[in-house]
Every structure is written in structure tokens, then in C-alpha cells.
Design a protein. Structure first.
Ligand SMILES: [Zn+2]
Length: 365
């Protein structure tokens, strides 16, 4: 088995192990840990919202450390094992601390908001909470490029003036108001290459990994940019945000349907009893697993649109195929995964499909 296949296989296995772990963790926490934690927390304060915060804090700390071996294996060990990481343990730990502070704050605020909305609004709490989630998603998308990303990467100018001029020309030909294009120092952490359109409104920009700029030819870089312009032109970011908000609303609705049953099953005093919080998470987790293939199907559809846009704008099938091959090699992608894995995990069509799509396009044009 080649290195890329082996790497992908390990990733698939890790996903299944992670899923089983999450199920077991939530169930065990619900049955054996939740009530004792609650009884400790209520000794500290009688205030409902303080109880919620303290419980959520303890829950997330225990959850993080219980899953730490798996998380470490997945994000540090395996990347080194396959020679994909440029990050030492200290740098990884620093990133890990930053990520946990950010996600911890978001988690605590959201749990607080969840109980506030659940308590103070009526039967449509799930819709109101989904509305808040949408506001948060918009806010986060807005600050992601300017506040969050700089915590992990440095922006710099694309230093090749000729390349910059060609990218601007391509943007104009694509009918796009010039979008800021930045290089980010991906190589600080990884040998993988990537590019993306991020942000909304004034923060929207194209980012190109320095690993991509260093290893790809000018025509290939233009092909990548054209793909990213396709995402922008076809409004893929707003579409993804709407998709995510609808699926969040559905997941809260599902939780709403299950609330009373959970109370009975867990012998809780009411739906506001913090000890049944792990069961709420379990319902949301199950829904997210059901949504995963649908979300990925939707994402793959948008990726095909962006690929088609790139092929039409650059008319450079060779460069497009070159990009795919190089991306596959640098990122150790499974170029031709089993169909079932594609449906479950792939937010982009597999490399072999993207190349076949380009060849089909070439024949028909
Ligand atoms: Zn894309």
C-alpha cells in the first residue's frame, strides 16, 4: 500500500475510533459522572447561570483530557509519522493552548446562551437559538481573517509582481472586484499546500499557502486562484452559511422533540437540570453525524462548480491537472478512495474525479 493510501486509511480509522470514543464518553459521563459533578458545583453557588458555567467548564476540561491521547495522535503524531509536519512539540502546544482558549470561550458562552434562551423563551427556543447561531456564524466569519487567523499564521504580500498582475487580470476577466490576495506562512506548521477564500464583507480575501506558491508553476497558481474566484463569484460562502444555519436549526428542533424523553430517561428534575447536558450533546452529535454526508455532498457540489469556473476562465486543462496531481502528492491525498468514504468524509471530490472532470470538460469543449 502506498504512503498516501496508508495515511488516509489511518485517518478513516481515527474517525471511527473518535466517533466511538465520543459516544462512549457522553454515555459514561451521563450515567456516572454528571450527577456527582452537579452536586459538587451546587455546593459552590446557588446561582443557576454560575452552576451552568462551572459545570460546562468541568465538562470541557474532562472531555479534553479524556480524548487527549487520540487527539494528540491525530494532530501531532500521525502528521510527523508521515513527514507532513514542520511543527515541533512546543509550537504544537502553543497552538493547542490558543485553540482551546478560543473554543472554550465560545463553548461556555454558547452553553450559557442555550440555557438562557431555553429558560426565557417559549416553545420556539430552538428557532431563536438558531438565529443567535446565525449571528455568531456571520460575526465569526467576519473576524476570522482579521482576528483569528493572525493568531496562528502571518500574512504577507505575494512578492512576485508579475504573478500579482496576472492574478489581478484574471480577477478582472472573471468579473470580480479585486479581492485582496495574501500569502500565509503555512510552511511554519506543515508541508501540505492549500488555498481558500475566507471572510465576509470587507474581510473577504483569498489566501494562498506559501507552500503552494513555492511549489506550483505560475499557470498552476492562476488555476488555483481561478477556482477560489469561482467560489466567490458563485456566492459559495453565503450558501454554506445558510446551509449551516438551517442544519443547526434542525438539530435544535430535534433536541426540542427529545427534551421530555431525556428528562424521564435520566430521572432529571426538569429540562433545565444541568445533569442531563451530556444527553443534549449526544442528540446534537448524532444529528451532526447524520448531516455529515449531506454537508459533504453539498460542499462537493460547490467544489465542482468552482472547478468548472476555473477551467472556463483559464482554459488551461494542463495547469488544472498539474495542480491536482501536486496537491495530491503534497497532502498525501487518497486520490481514489472507496465510494463509501467519499460520501462520508470528502468535502472535495477525490483527485481522480476532479482530473476526470477536467478531461471530460476538455473533450466537450
Ligand atoms: Zn474549493
Amino acid at each position: 500500500m502506498n504512503k498516501a493510501k496508508q495515511y488516509s486509511k489511518e485517518k478513516y480509522i481515527l474517525f471511527f475510533v473518535g466517533t466511538v470514543f465520543t459516544f462512549l464518553f457522553l454515555i459514561i459521563f451521563q450515567i456516572f459522572v454528571s450527577a456527582p459533578i452537579k452536586s459538587i458545583v451546587i455546593l459552590w453557588t446557588p446561582n443557576f447561570y454560575l452552576i451552568v458555567i462551572l459545570y460546562a467548564l468541568l465538562f470541557s476540561v474532562i472531555n479534553y483530557w479524556a480524548g487527549f491521547p487520540l487527539h494528540f495522535y491525530e494532530t501531532f503524531f500521525i502528521e510527523h509519522k508521515y513527514g507532513l509536519s514542520n511543527q515541533d512539540l512546543l509550537a504544537w502546544t502553543k497552538d493547542e493552548i490558543k485553540k482551546n482558549i478560543i473554543s472554550g470561550i465560545i463553548f461556555l458562552l454558547f452553553v450559557l446562551l442555550f440555557y438562557y434562551v431555553l429558560k426565557s423563551t417559549g416553545q420556539y427556543w430552538w428557532l431563536i437559538l438558531a438565529f443567535f447561531w446565525m449571528l455568531f456564524t456571520l460575526f465569526f466569519s467576519r473576524i476570522m481573517p482579521t482576528v483569528i487567523l493572525p493568531l496562528f499564521y502571518k500574512y504577507s504580500d505575494v512578492d512576485d509582481d508579475q504573478l500579482k498582475a496576472d492574478i489581478s487580470k484574471l480577477a478582472k476577466e472573471s468579473g470580480i472586484k479585486i479581492l485582496d490576495i495574501f500569502k500565509i506562512n503555512f510552511s511554519l506548521k506543515t508541508k501540505k499546500a492549500n488555498a481558500a477564500v475566507i471572510g465576509i464583507g470587507k474581510s473577504r480575501r483569498v489566501i494562498l499557502a506559501d507552500t503552494l506558491l513555492a511549489n506550483f508553476s505560475k499557470q498552476q497558481i492562476l488555476s488555483v486562484c481561478a477556482h477560489e474566484f469561482g467560489h466567490h463569484k458563485r456566492a459559495h460562502m453565503p450558501k454554506l452559511i445558510v446551509f449551516s444555519c438551517v442544519s443547526t436549526a434542525l438539530s435544535f428542533y430535534l433536541l426540542n422533540v427529545c427534551l421530555d424523553r431525556i428528562v424521564v430517561l435520566c430521572n432529571a428534575s426538569s429540562i433545565y437540570d444541568i445533569k442531563i447536558f451530556p444527553s443534549f450533546l449526544l442528540v446534537l452529535y448524532v444529528f451532526s453525524l447524520i448531516m455529515m454526508p449531506i454537508q459533504n455532498w453539498f460542499s462537493r457540489k460547490l467544489e465542482v462548480e468552482a472547478d468548472l469556473f476555473a477551467l472556463l476562465k483559464t482554459k488551461d486543462i494542463g495547469a488544472f491537472k498539474g495542480v491536482m496531481q501536486k496537491l495530491g502528492e503534497m497532502n498525501l491525498a487518497d486520490v481514489d478512495p472507496p465510494k463509501i468514504f467519499k460520501y462520508l468524509f470528502y468535502s472535495h471530490p477525490p483527485i481522480s474525479e476532479r482530473i476526470a472532470f477536467a478531461e471530460k470538460h476538455e473533450k466537450s469543449s
